[in-house]
Design a protein around this ligand. Structure first.
Ligand SMILES: *Cc1c(COP(=O)(O)O)cnc(C)c1O
Length: 374
């Protein structure tokens, strides 16, 4: 009924106060009740309030909130998989998602392939009769590649395959994959939804029937969240649209400025017209292209000096918060990959991944300028 920025703020008038009270009880009276309230039943008031808000933002019928993004991913996958099944992952995917498949799937006799999701013909050729799930991420980490969600959803529907997208980098403000035909949206709420580098959670949003299926596994896997954290999420979501709008604007300006610098050889940002998937990004994202960008220093040997000279932007892992943070994927998020695999993915030693915050644009530009000049 309302628009997104209003949905972020507005709570339907259930209580006299404008905010939801924090319900801490794990023991709840059961006599005469239809439903047993319990955090791991995913049905406490604080969980419900944020799930309903996220459903409005993602145009979902139902959802679940988890204690980490990884708990959401694991639950989504294992809810639909059994021994003998096969999963297709897009090649450019969060390290933890890839690690889950590599470390765990063989124990359960589940096969998988990583495919370049940008190349639809490869996807079609990799589908097997036992392929049950296609799992993609867009924009991707760390090179901000874009997957054509509508095209992949169409292929999957023809083959009766469940589609899941990790939409963390876009947030529900910049992208609504369910409207493009995807079945399930996953977010690591630790990033933009939380937005202040102080919460760890995840969410799955989908149709009522798919959430009913996932729910049965979610109760068994037990990755639920407590009321206190849920309340902090409710508070964070109030400013989600405001934060992301500022991050979109800051990131675009920084990407344009970095492109002009001789010390920078490449800039990866889906909002730049020269980004290889800019057309698809412009079609499927709205409001902006997100607060994440990557760039490559012309002289990779200067990476440490550059990071050490920054005064405002914090060399730190994780992303999506109000503070700008930066990391060198080759020595941090992707350090466990062999050098050859990193090169194949395009993760060079000079590559830096910047999560743009809500600071003043001029201060960010100045910080980068000083650090680049050395
Ligand atoms: C952080 C992240 C995850 C994992 O989420 P956690 O909350 O750390 O468990 C998954 N996907 C993407 C894109 C992420 O950035």
């Amino acid at each position: 009924m309302f628009r997104k920025d209003t949905h972020c703020v507005y709570n339907p008038p259930t209580y006299q106060g404008v905010n939801t009270p924090i319900f801490t009880s794990t023991a709840n009276r059961y006599l005469g009740q239809d439903e047993i309230l319990y955090p791991r039943n995913y049905n406490t008031e604080n969980q419900k309030v944020i799930v309903e808000k996220l459903c409005r933002l993602e145009h979902a019928e139902a959802g679940l909130i988890f204690s980490s993004g990884q708990a959401a991913t694991t639950t989504a996958l294992f809810a639909f998989l059994k021994s003998g099944d096969h999963v297709l992952f897009s090649k450019e995917i969060y390290g933890g998602t890839a690690k889950l498949a590599v470390d765990e799937f063989s124990k359960y006799n589940i096969a998988y392939d990583f495919v370049s999701a940008a190349d639809l013909s490869t996807i079609t050729s990799k589908i097997r009769p036992n392929t049950k799930v296609i799992y993609v991420e867009t924009p991707s980490n760390p090179l901000l590649s874009i997957v054509d969600l509508k095209a992949i959803a169409e292929i999957a529907k023809k083959n009766n395959i469940v589609t899941v997208v990790d939409s963390t980098f876009a947030s529900p403000i910049n992208q609504n994959p369910l409207l493009l035909g995807f079945d399930i949206v996953m977010h690591s709420g630790t990033k933009y939804l939380g937005g202040h580098h102080d919460l760890c959670f995840g969410t799955l949003l989908s149709s009522q029937s798919l959430i009913d299926t996932i729910y049965k596994s979610a109760v068994n896997f037990g990755g639920s969240l407590n009321g206190l954290d849920c309340y902090l999420i409710e508070r964070s979501l109030k400013t989600l649209a405001l934060r992301v709008e500022k991050q979109n604007a800051n990131a675009l300006q920084l990407a344009l400025a970095l492109q002009e610098r001789p010390e920078v050889s490449k800039v990866f940002y889906p909002g730049l017209p020269n980004h290889p998937n800019h057309d698809i990004a412009a079609k499927q994202m709205k409001g902006g292209f997100g607060g994440m960008l990557s760039f490559e220093l012309s002289d990779a040997a200067k990476t440490d000096d550059f990071l050490n000279r920054l005064q405002l932007i914090i060399p730190a892992l994780s992303l999506g918060g109000v503070d700008s943070t930066i990391c060198q994927p080759a020595t941090s998020s992707h350090v466990s990959l062999p050098e050859s695999e990193r090169q194949e993915l395009g993760i060079t030693n000079g590559l830096l991944r910047l999560s743009v915050g809500i600071e003043n644009m001029e201060d960010l530009l100045q910080d980068i300028d000083t650090a680049l000049k050395g």
